[in-house]
Design a protein around this ligand. Structure first.
Ligand code: GDP
Length: 461
């Protein structure tokens, strides 16, 4: 196992709460000197050495010259039962940034080193408290932008993804052992390798790995959020729909003016997915150069969007501009929104038949919005099959790539097996698959790759 990322273990310190004013600000230490550093600065009723692990104590934080910094709570979490697996101490200051700064300064002056981003989690990984996929889940949980995204990250932190991967690796390792036995003892009484049985086992693993791989689309949507574009000619009710959806949304994050004058971008959570909802100016049939530019932009945005909501006013027959908008919308990536359902229908439904996903709404009265939300969820979770509910979803591009390598290697193994190639060649493919799987959980990840992964974390995590 390649976990020797930091050879000399020193004691690190960092603020664990964000900068600025708050109720409390926490400074965290981890490493062999944690207890001694705390003892040098914290003066409570019991000596630090007598503090019970994982219990909070009230006391005063003082500089080396005895001047008081703050009234604080302190806790020591002794190894190995701590986040990092080392001795960890936390000092809970009053929340002002000055107190946290002073606490940090005095611990640095006493010999602690400022932690690099993600270094606490990296130590947890090095000490075997978490595997790499779980460590990455910590960052995903911190950065989760919806409840659903947080749930998936938590499942990964619980080790559900890791357990699936270990299941695949275990099965492939058994196959490899079997091959190696036949390679090492060809004349023994092992008999010939049962090729059909080996093929069946490898194929089952290959299918399970492919099933996991297809969850990545939904995982990426949860992790990074999705771009949903509202498209349609002027007056079909695009702005009304945007406002109705924003009114429905429980978590409106921000309202960002679009990068161009003619678009408006809002962030909200739709069916558990973080969504950037982009309202276009409207598709207009015109010679006005500004409007033509607007249509060109709408076309570009339609191509880049993960999903389009194509709004049609059902109380009107279709116009040339409606047809222009329809031409911009790829049916498989589009939900056709039949708006103004509160009015008598004047639109010929047969003309909309090219769009398989349709919902009937009234943006004005707010009806049909739940069905629209459901339709959006289905679009992004379709690819994930039932896995989304189970919580085992691939969210990291790195994981998808490694799993792709492993699946391809098992495919080569199966082909080589069918072609009756020498056992040594078969073993090579299985070893490659195992190496790729190990990169996800961290058994075979290079030091450089580990550094790159932990650098993406925030300070103090
Ligand atoms: P946009 O130009 O596509 O953004 O359209 P707007 O949202 O500005 O709406 C155009 C007009 O249609 C406004 O007068 C809205 O009040 C009206 N409208 C929008 N949605 C509905 C609806 O569901 N029913 C009815 N009856 N009117 C609607």
């Amino acid at each position: 196992m390649n976990r020797s990322a930091s050879p000399a273990v020193d004691t690190i310190v960092a603020p664990a709460t964000p900068p600025g004013d708050g109720g409390i600000g926490i400074v965290r230490l981890s490493g062999p000197q944690s207890e001694a550093l705390l003892a040098g600065a914290f003066h409570g009723r019991s000596a630090v050495a007598a503090m019970v692990s994982h219990h909070l104590y009230h006391g005063r934080l003082c500089r080396a010259d005895g001047t008081a910094v703050d009234d604080v709570l302190a806790v020591i979490m002794r190894a190995p039962h701590s986040y990092t697996g080392e001795d960890v101490a936390e000092i809970h200051c009053h929340g002002g940034s000055q107190q946290v700064r002073s606490a940090l300064d005095l611990l640095l002056a006493a010999g602690a080193r400022l932690a690099r981003p993600g270094e606490f989690t990296q130590r947890a990984f090095v000490n075997g408290r978490l595997d790499l996929a779980q460590a990455e889940a910590v960052a995903a949980l911190v950065g989760a932008r919806s409840e659903r995204a947080a749930r998936v990250a938590l499942a990964q932190l619980d080790g559900r993804l890791s357990r699936q991967l270990h299941g695949f690796a275990g099965e492939l390792r058994e196959l490899l052992l079997l091959l190696e036995a036949h390679i090492d003892f060809p004349d023994d009484d092992l008999g010939l390798l049962d090729r059909p049985a080996a093929a069946a086992r490898a194929a089952a693993v290959q299918i399970a790995m492919s099933d996991l791989m297809v969850t990545f689309d939904a995982g990426r949507a949860l992790r990074e959020g999705v771009n949903v574009l509202i498209l349609g000619r002027p007056n079909v009710g695009k702005s009304s729909l945007l406002n109705a959806l924003l009114g429905e949304a429980r978590a409106i994050v921000t309202a960002i003016p679009g990068t161009t004058r003619d678009t408006l971008e809002e962030q909200l959570v739709l069916g558990g997915f973080p969504v950037r909802l982009i309202d276009t100016a409207g598709v207009r049939d015109t010679d006005d150069p500004v409007e033509v530019e607007g249509v060109r932009r709408a076309r570009d945005k339609a191509q880049a969007a993960d999903l389009l909501l194509l709004v049609i006013d059902m109380s009107h027959s279709l116009t040339r501009e409606d047809r222009m908008a329809m031409a911009l919308a790829p049916p498989e990536r589009t939900i056709l929104v039949r708006n103004k359902s509160d009015l008598p229908v004047a639109c010929n439904l047969a003309e909309l038949a090219g769009f398989p996903h349709q919902v009937v709404v009234s943006a004005r009265h707010g009806s049909g919005l739940a069905a629209l939300e459901q339709s959006v969820v289905e679009h992004f979770s379709e690819s994930a099959g039932g896995e989304l509910a189970e919580g085992v979803v691939l969210t990291e591009r790195r994981h998808r790539e490694a799993l792709g390598t492993a699946t391809a290697a098992v495919g080569c193994f199966l082909a080589a097996l069918a072609a009756e190639e020498p056992l040594e060649c078969l073993a090579l493919e299985l070893r490659e698959a195992l190496t790729a799987l190990g990169q996800i959980t961290g058994e075979t990840t290079s030091v450089a790759m580990l550094e790159a992964i932990f650098e993406r974390f925030c300070i103090g995590k």
